[in-house]
Design a binder for this molecule. Structure first.
Ligand SMILES: [Zn+2]
Length: 483
């Protein structure tokens, strides 16, 4: 995610206000001697929640989803959504019942392997009791029919996440959660899956989602069905659907489809030009991080005042138009594309490790600026090291707490941590590490402890004191020096 500076003051206010009424389950701010935090004691994973220390009820346990097939019909004039979701999963354990996350909407029917199943709602949980328990190790298919007017989630996260009804359509977007506002889902990045989308909207509107465009066909009542497919495993918060009046551009790059869209309400210019640089930026990042991880490229620029950020939605980031009001901005494009490697392909296993995403994406912005002949990464580091405020040094990016999940510490100090590592181990080992990390964890999940272990292995030196100071310390570390 990239935060828009213009909206930041408001976001911080909202976050602090929300934090005040939310029990922060992870305020372990003390300096740590070892940067290898394990599962927080006292949180037991249950059917509702995978036991994420920051968001204990997010996601569900007991099964692993392989594929979502989402057939959704949406009429922006009435704001009514009708969905048919097929969830293909494998049981990790015997399941007399299981949970899916679904916020709002009305469930009309649920089947498990074609047989009607009992279903109840408990807050944002859909509890399904199959006619017979699903046995451990078996694959099963859940089908859910539902409808209603989707509502975004207003919860302990920063701002709203989820399905937003816009002037000419809708945007489904948000981190750390958004998916459960429009389909039943295991809503946590630890359960990644493939996605097929069939989105039906009034003729004349454009639908953009993740992955490869699979064409469109007429549907009943003057509607059109747009199909999209993301075959690589995707975390649920990286799914998106954008519906509305957009000018689109399509092409092909290195044998992969390129599909971008810019809100038709925006004047043609900086937004179009910046998103058009997507493949050039991706090619540069490929030279640093290794092969581009997905089967498609693109970007979407939305003109929606409630979206004040950009998000690395898989293979097709979504950008607030605000990023381009001052002219071409490829920095934000570099940030969101870097996440395709770090965040999307290599995903966090729990939200407390968010610096793995944001530190590396921030650092990619510095590398891209240097590549463009602007400030070097060293200069970017020195500027922030000298001028960052107290909050950056007080909040440990490796354990920021929910309220500081998207704080300057996670972004700026996260980026500085990456640079401190580079200075310490030297360029050869550092760039080898980036490619090794992206390759070893491709299409998977990862933790900070695994990153530290990989860094020590690739660089051939003990680095725990460096990470302890930069990720977990509560004061400004000494400037890095080559070992
Ligand atoms: Zn980001």
């Amino acid at each position: 995610m990239s935060r828009n500076r213009r909206g930041l003051a408001l976001l911080v206010t909202v976050a602090l206000a929300l934090a005040g009424c939310t029990a922060d389950p992870e305020p372990r701010r003390e300096s740590r001697s070892t940067p290898t935090p394990e599962a927080t004691p006292g949180v037991t994973p249950g059917p509702a929640g995978v036991g994420d220390p920051y968001f204990p009820t997010a996601g569900n346990s007991g099964y692993d989803v392989e594929r979502y097939t989402l057939k959704v019909r949406y009429d922006p004039t009435s704001d009514e959504l009708r969905g048919d979701a097929t969830v293909r999963a494998t049981a990790d354990t015997d399941l007399p019942l299981f949970h899916l996350d679904l916020a709002g909407l009305t469930v009309r029917r649920v089947t498990v392997d074609g047989t009607p199943a009992r279903h109840t709602r408990e807050g944002t949980e859909l509890v399904v009791t199959p006619a017979a328990p699903v046995r451990a190790g078996t694959a099963f298919t859940v089908q859910v029919g539902y409808d209603g007017r989707p509502e975004p989630l207003r919860n302990e996260t920063i701002g709203e996440g989820g399905w937003l009804h816009t002037a000419d359509g809708a945007v489904a977007l948000g981190q750390p959660e958004s998916a459960s506002t429009w389909f039943p889902v295991n809503d946590h990045p630890s359960d990644k899956a493939a996605y097929d989308f069939e989105i039906t909207v009034p003729k004349g509107l454009v639908v953009v989602a993740n992955g490869v465009p699979k064409g469109q066909r007429p549907a009943a009542g003057g509607f059109t069905t747009w199909r999209w497919s993301e075959a690589a495993p995707m975390a649920s918060y990286l799914s998106t659907v954008v519906i509305g009046k957009y000018r689109t551009s399509t092409g092909e790059h290195r044998g992969r489809p390129v599909f971008s869209a810019v809100a038709a309400s925006l004047p043609r210019g900086a937004a179009d030009e910046s998103v058009a640089r997507t493949v050039a930026v991706a090619d540069y990042l490929e030279s640093v991080f290794g092969p581009y991880p997905f089967a498609a490229y693109g970007g979407v620029v939305v003109d929606e005042p409630r979206i004040r950020y950009a998000l690395e939605t898989q293979s097709r980031p979504v950008y607030s138009a605000n990023f381009f009001r001052g002219g071409e901005n490829t920095g934000v494009v570099a940030h969101e594309l870097a996440h395709q490697w770090f965040g999307d392909s290599v995903s966090v296993a729990r939200w407390s490790d968010i610096w793995l995403n944001e530190g590396l994406a921030t650092y990619a912005e510095w590398l891209w600026a240097e590549h463009q002949g602007r400030d070097t990464a060293q200069a970017a580091f020195e500027q922030r090291y000298a001028s960052s405020d107290d909050q950056v040094w007080r909040v440990p990016p490796g354990a920021p707490g929910v309220a500081n999940l998207f704080s300057d510490s996670v972004y700026e100090r996260g980026g500085m941590t990456v640079h401190a590592l580079r200075v310490t181990v030297g360029d050869d080992a550092f760039f080898r590490l980036l490619k090794t990390w992206a390759a070893d964890k491709r299409n998977g999940n990862a933790t900070t402890a695994e990153f530290v272990a990989t860094a020590e292995r690739v660089c051939g030196q003990q680095l725990d004191d460096l990470f302890a100071a930069w990720l977990y310390g509560t004061e400004r570390p000494a400037p890095p020096t080559r070992r």
